[in-house]
Design a protein around this ligand. Structure first.
Ligand code: CP3
Length: 353
């Protein structure tokens, strides 16, 4: 299993880009930067394109998904595109009744709570991923030398939505299940791992140059539960793509205590949320793992005199790590002013790497 010779990472287009260089622990010419949720509601051109089209439908129209992915790259001159899709797309393509309710998030028609529910989950057919592959091909044809980052939801975060049937704050459902019904939990986590793994593999094979596993809600777990009940499934998701050789990033929120365990599922880069300074994250990881992060999204709405020193502080703290890709410590808030994001990118690119 390898990427083919005409893949952007193999044919000279992206292998030497600042993003891939930093992900591999090297020193690029400029500090690379992209933003989680750079595509989406903060951009008027996104709101315009999405008018009258449901979120998940927009993800499955290849020309639309490609255009939405490209919008923030053109506007902000960020160093990578993040593929416009959603972590629940593999569920939808497998035939699970799931929708994204505006202002709420992923909602399932029927939550998955029993061993029988898990046994009845449909298997994701590789053929069903064709709209994803097509959207990636269209996107990378336009991106040229800028890498596209593919992504998938980690099994815990995906399973958290499946068990609760909707977003929740404490994730009690999946956390109870992993202790009370460990066999059912393991089967569900493995199902989610395979669905996410196939989704990420489709993106990488079609042209994405790196992959990020989002375990957004892993911060609700203690490290012992993470290692016993979650890490094996996250490792299994990444086993679908490891042999392709593209750099892999692992990110979660509230995961300051989990960083080494998240690294040990076998990734190249750790994404750090806004809670932990990068020099401390680097210390916790033993100084050998490239980092991504971690401008506090709350400061995007602060005066420039407050935001600028914060960005410079993130750049300084990131110098401790063997490679640093700048990002936010979680996604762009929908109400963020896009002009501020563009200015942040200019600042980062103007500072010595
Ligand atoms: O620029 C990007 O980051 C691109 C694409 C992207 C989306 N979702 C598009 C999206 C990515 C990488 C995701 C991942 C995702 N989806 C995660 C992990 C990242 C994170 O933020 O922690 C999670 C937890 C989800 C589940 C999900 N999907 C939520 C919680 C929501 C928000 C619901 C709301 O309306 O507030 C979504 C919907 C969603 N996914 C939107 C976008 C742009 C907003 C919907 C819209 O624009 O109508």
């Amino acid at each position: 299993m390898t990427l083919n010779a005409s893949h952007p990472l193999m044919d000279g287009r992206t292998a030497d880009s600042d993003l891939i260089t930093a992900y591999r622990g090297g020193k690029p010419e400029r500090r690379p930067v992209w933003f989680m949720r750079q595509a989406g509601r903060s951009l008027p051109e996104y709101r315009e394109l999405r008018r009258g089209i449901a979120m998940l439908d927009s993800c499955l129209k290849p020309d639309l998904a490609a255009e939405i992915t490209l919008q923030p790259v053109r506007r902000h001159d960020v160093d990578a595109g993040i593929f416009f899709s959603d972590i629940v797309i593999p569920l939808k393509l497998a035939g699970v009744d799931v929708d994204i309710v505006p202002g709420v998030g992923p909602v399932l028609g029927t939550p998955v709570r029993t061993a029988a529910d898990v046994a009845n989950l449909p298997v994701l057919d590789d053929e069903a991923l064709e709209p994803i592959r097509e959207a990636v091909r269209l996107t990378v044809a336009e991106l040229g030398r800028k890498p596209l980052i593919g992504f998938a939801g980690a099994p815990f975060t995906l399973a958290a939505y499946m068990v609760e049937g909707k977003p929740s704050r404490d994730h009690l459902g999946p956390r109870t299940m992993m202790h009370a019904e460990p066999d059912t939990w393991r089967a569900l986590a493995n199902w989610a791992a395979d669905a996410s793994g196939k989704f990420l593999r489709a993106q990488l094979e079609a042209g994405a140059s790196a992959g990020q596993l989002f375990d957004s809600w892993a911060g609700s777990l203690g490290v012992a539960d993470y290692q016993q009940h979650v890490a094996p499934a996250s490792k299994r998701a990444l086993d679908h793509v490891r042999a392709l050789g593209a750099p892999l990033v692992h990110f979660g929120t509230g995961t300051s205590e989990l960083l080494p365990a998240m690294r040990d599922v076998g990734v190249d880069v750790i994404g750090v949320d806004y809670r932990l300074p990068l020099d401390e994250a680097n210390r916790r990881l033993g100084g050998t793992t490239p980092l991504q992060g971690n401008i506090d999204p709350a400061l995007l709405a602060a005066p420039w005199e407050v935001l600028e020193p914060h960005v410079r502080q993130v750049l300084a703290a990131g110098e401790a790590a063997p490679g640093h890709v700048v990002n936010l410590g979680h996604g762009v808030p929908p109400e963020a002013d896009p002009a501020v994001l563009t200015r942040v990118v200019e600042l980062i690119h103007s500072v010595a790497p």
